[in-house]
Write a protein that binds this ligand. Structure first.
Ligand SMILES: Cc1cc2nc3c(=O)[nH]c(=O)nc-3n(C[C@H](O)[C@H](O)[C@H](O)COP(=O)(O)OP(=O)(O)OC[C@H]3O[C@@H](n4cnc5c(N)ncnc54)[C@H](O)[C@@H]3O)c2cc1C
Length: 398
């Protein structure tokens, strides 16, 4: 067995090649850092070359949605529970409901029983809770998932496929044609962290708090803008704000080395959409008369095709929303313009420590929130009214 002959740094791990292979000669395994990579079994391989032809890397233009002037919105779900349980404003869940109401299938990222993040399809609203919420780690796409989606599309079932932009590219490249009953929804994405790193982090948590029953990367009960994670273990419920949760701290302060190498040169997440609808957090939103800036979660929504716009229009009554300029959204989310910066030295150093000393070694070197940082977060998290008062006084004095 050998890794697929791709420029491996550019491979996104979208699994399109493995799904396409007629001899089932490609398996998706994990590389040394834990990222998903295709592996060819040369005993089964017939050298047909379909894997290489299906790889979407370098072929973005073929999938780009360029027939439509993007319409951008700020939106959040009127349903309070959906909004609270979602990472941003709950737009994904309402789009999904619309598809499930039509007996369709919704695909997205969920935890499996071992807390591995995997892409699954659901048909019932009760299952939607599994897809809800961002999982800040690369999600696994099986070697048969796109084939399953194709089958559903050929049977004229309405399908919503959600994921990172590279996963949408993977599916579209696998399908090789447009299906009117497919709605693609991608996330604004600055990159995906390593599944192995996250798995090791969960082991640390289990050693400290006991068996984990549920993990939420973002718990919004106190704030949307301050990232809080929530861990439910056999012994207790723990909510950690971003200075306390080591994984979140790294994610927000030392994100770059944690990401897959292809993310630094991602062609799918920026400059020119490849999905019908793109959703993200509306960072930098300025409150208007229609929508408050209430820190309870707000999506930005970009409709990039007439199909996406028609779909959003059909669900719009479920949202409080208003139209916005694309530039405003790009300002808060520069990843829509260019991928995250890459420092090979920082990355190599990070993984070197991880290979030699494990997550404990990383913690010692990279986890160093200053007293000021901790204090600000503590105030923001525990006494937001006092924090806001201090900020106002500070601004007045300044
Ligand atoms: C790795 C990652 C990076 C992101 N980076 C940014 C960013 O830089 N800026 C920004 O504005 N928004 C980013 N987002 C998106 C944001 O966190 C919300 O997911 C998005 O705004 C949708 O929010 P929601 O409230 O509508 O739905 P939610 O219910 O919060 O989101 C659910 C949706 O996210 C999908 N999803 C969750 N985890 C994954 C995963 N690991 N891989 C693929 N799909 C997943 C589900 O399939 C579903 O479609 C990122 C999300 C992820 C997973």
């Amino acid at each position: 067995m050998k890794y697929i002959d791709l420029k491996s740094d550019a491979c996104t791990g979208c699994s399109a090649c493995a799904n396409k292979c007629p001899s089932k000669a490609i398996l998706i395994s994990q590389d040394q850092c834990g990222f998903y990579v295709p592996q060819i079994d040369f005993e089964k391989c017939t050298d047909c070359g379909l894997c290489g032809k299906t790889c979407p890397v370098g072929h973005k233009k073929e999938f780009e949605c360029s027939d439509f002037k993007i319409k951008a919105y700020a939106a959040y779900a009127k349903d309070e529970v959906i909004r609270r349980e979602s990472s941003s404003g709950g737009v994904f869940s309402e789009l999904a409901h619309h598809v499930l109401d039509k007996n369709g299938i919704v695909y997205g990222a969920a935890f499996d029983e071992n807390f591995k993040v995997v892409h699954i399809g659901i048909r019932r609203k009760e299952e939607l809770v599994r897809l809800r919420g961002s999982k800040y780690v690369q999600s696994f796409i099986s070697e048969t998932l796109y084939a399953e989606i194709k089958e559903a599309l050929e049977c004229e079932t309405q399908v919503l496929f959600s994921g990172t932009p590279c996963q949408i590219a993977g599916l579209r490249s696998y399908l090789q044609k447009d299906y009117p009953n497919l709605l693609s929804v991608d996330l604004i994405c600055h990159g995906v962290p390593s599944p192995k790193f996250f798995a090791d982090y969960l082991i640390c948590l289990e050693n400290k708090y006991g068996k984990i029953k549920q993990y939420f990367f973002r718990d919004k009960n106190k704030s949307w803008k301050i990232f809080n994670s929530k861990v439910i273990t056999e012994r207790k419920n723990i909510i950690k704000y971003m200075g306390q949760d080591f994984y979140l701290y790294l994610y927000l302060n030392h994100l770059q080395p944690l990401l897959r190498k292809s993310c630094y040169q991602c062609e799918f997440a920026s400059k020119g959409p490849i999905s019908d609808i793109t959703i993200g957090d509306f960072w930098g939103y300025q409150a208007s008369k229609t929508l408050p800036d209430d820190d309870r979660g707000l999506n930005c929504v970009l409709c990039s095709t007439s199909r996406g716009e028609a779909f959003f229009e059909a669900v719009k009554k479920k949202f409080n929303c208003e139209i916005h300029g694309l530039e405003e959204i790009e300002k808060g989310n520069p990843v829509l313009l260019h991928p995250v910066k890459y420092s090979p030295r920082d990355r190599d150093e990070f993984w070197d420590v991880f290979f030699k000393k494990g997550i404990g070694g990383i913690r010692k070197i990279y986890y160093s929130p200053s007293l000021k940082y901790r204090l600000i977060l503590f105030l923001k998290f525990n006494c937001s009214w006092f924090y806001n008062l201090l900020r106002r006084v500070y601004r007045l004095v300044k």
